[in-house]
Design a protein around this ligand. Structure first.
Ligand SMILES: [Zn+2]
Length: 224
């Protein structure tokens, strides 16, 4: 990255999970000043928000929580409603899918970023473990970048450090940033609200564990 950017400020879209926490460490290395924003949009997220707040506090970055509970009103799904089970049918969209979620989050993050004098927005979206979310695709992020720049007459740059890497490589990135233990112990990815390595049963835990095991095997292989 250009040295100049190190003088600038970034807003990280932050959920307290593995991906966005890795992005936060990445941003702290890239930019002079970093803030975080978390979106609150359902009952399942109370613990996630506490976790995000605790991480932000520990790393000494400002943390803003924006109320997006209207998402549950628009599209009832497993993340916004406790009475819908989390499932993922082969080839279909998971029941955690919320239409336009990332479109809305990034747009609100951009409004906030301009307010706080930041032009960089960092998000942990990823096309590699393609989960079926169309607004997590690279082409969408690039398109939205143009749109928000036109909408707010501001030169935003949306950064997606995880876009082309898989879960194992995301662990490697955290390790390269000196944050492997921190991310492993202090983040919350589990749908059942179990910190760190999680419940081990839900789809989020299985995905996280598969990546972790793969990375640990590679790391061990490299050491020997
Ligand atoms: Zn779990």
């Amino acid at each position: 990255m250009y040295e100049m950017l190190k003088q600038e400020k970034a807003v990280v879209v932050f959920s307290g999970g593995q991906d966005s926490t890795t992005c936060l460490f990445w941003a702290l290395q890239q930019f002079q000043e970093v803030e975080t924003v978390t979106f609150h949009y359902g009952q399942r997220h109370e613990l996630e928000i506490e976790c995000a707040a605790a991480i932000a506090k520990e790393l000494g970055v400002k943390h803003t929580v924006l109320d997006m509970s209207l998402l549950g009103q628009l599209t009832p799904n497993a993340l916004t409603r406790n009475d819908i089970e989390i499932t993922h049918e082969e080839g279909g969209l998971p029941s955690t899918f919320v239409d336009g979620r990332n479109l809305l989050f990034l747009s609100f993050a951009a409004v906030m970023a301009k307010q706080v004098g930041a032009r960089h927005i960092v998000t942990g979206v990823c096309e590699t473990d393609f989960s079926g979310y169309p607004d997590c695709r690279d082409v969408f992020v690039k398109s939205l970048n143009v749109t928000i720049n036109l909408a707010m007459d501001h030169e935003f740059v949306i950064h997606t450090p995880l876009m082309w890497i898989d879960k194992a490589e995301t662990w490697k990135l955290a390790d390269d940033l000196g944050a492997f233990e921190f991310v492993r112990e202090k983040t919350l990815t589990c749908y059942n609200g179990v910190m760190g390595d999680g419940c081990g049963e839900c789809p989020a835990c299985k995905l996280r564990k598969a990546g972790l095991d793969k990375y640990l095997a590679e790391r061990e292989g490299a050491e020997n």
